[in-house]
Design a binder for this molecule. Structure first.
Ligand SMILES: Nc1ncnc2c1ncn2[C@@H]1O[C@H](COP(=O)(O)OP(=O)(O)OP(=O)(O)O)[C@@H](O)[C@H]1O
Length: 262
């Protein structure tokens, strides 16, 4: 984690907001904090965690272009999150605040640490955690629900753009887990079956690459959950489902050809 970036963010937050860095990706640096950006902390309430996602300036870009791009991407991610939170049944982090000029958004913190040091509760770690009993009922129902979340997203004509197993966070719901989709930095509103097919393919590849022995069944459960959303919409849903699945298979075929040819 770049010390310079952490210092930049601390300066911007004026020192009154303690932050803990948790991730540095290609696009953004992510912190947690227990301070809400504008609400006072209620007395005797357990502390709540929030996410601060900061897009630092990129030195290799012209400063004016850099500012425009940062503003555009921060605004785009905030806008899509606020639209998605109003879709019934779809689980995404709540957008709390957004400062587009400084490339900063505040989000609800989701998830928790898995038992026995298995790491943060994203889908990737959850599948690793279950690898000694890979086809248990909790895994099956969780993957079905992951598929439902993607089905809801696509049915409403939104695409994720970077659907990896780290971008699915599991939130405990009694004995089971409720999948939430995070990181809409590349998200978009799209009616194109191509974009939807690519989302499904990216997730399938992510599962094949990290959980290859169980991937066939895992991907089948995800597609079952995905299909159930479309099938619940009647004749129109069934037709649209066929179109998306056909395109998904085309995208998969193109991917295979590309990896054979190199
Ligand atoms: N709302 C959230 N609740 C809990 N953890 C989160 C949340 N948002 C982000 N994170 C954590 O921070 C990490 C990085 O966040 P995010 O994927 O949004 O940033 P990014 O810079 O686009 O990352 P990358 O370049 O790796 O895709 C996530 O993998 C997750 O562990």
């Amino acid at each position: 984690m770049s010390e310079a970036i952490v210092e930049q963010v601390k300066k911007y937050l004026t020192g009154s907001i303690p932050i803990t860095p948790i991730s540095q990706g290609a696009e953004a640096v992510v912190f947690t904090t227990e301070v809400h950006p504008y609400l006072p902390k209620a007395d005797n309430q357990p502390s709540t965690k929030y996410i601060i996602k900061y897009r630092p300036p990129k030195q290799y870009r012209h400063p004016t272009i850099d500012k425009t791009l940062t503003k555009h991407r921060t605004l785009s991610e905030s806008r899509i999150l606020s639209k998605l939170s109003s879709l019934p049944g779809l689980n995404v982090p709540k957008l709390i605040a957004c400062d587009v000029y400084n490339g900063c958004i505040w989000l609800e913190f989701l998830g928790e640490n898995l038992p026995n040091g298995a790491g943060f509760s994203n889908l990737k770690n959850f599948l690793w955690m279950n690898s000694s009993d890979p086809y248990n009922k909790t895994v099956e129902s969780t993957l079905f629900k992951v598929g439902e979340q993607i089905g809801l997203l696509h049915w409403n004509d939104y695409c994720h753009g970077d659907l990896t197993t780290s971008n699915v966070v599991l939130v405990r719901d009694g004995e089971s887990w409720a999948p939430h989709l995070i990181d809409f930095g590349l998200g978009s509103s799209s009616t194109l079956v191509e974009d939807k097919g690519v989302d499904l393919y990216v997730l399938e590849r992510a599962i094949v690459s990290t959980h290859s022995s169980f991937a066939e069944k895992y991907n089948k459960w995800i597609i079952e959950g995905f299909s159930s959303v479309y099938q619940s919409k009647g004749k129109k849903g069934n037709q649209k489902l066929k179109d998306v699945i056909n395109r998904f298979q085309d995208v998969r075929l193109r991917g295979r050809k590309r990896s054979m040819i190199g």
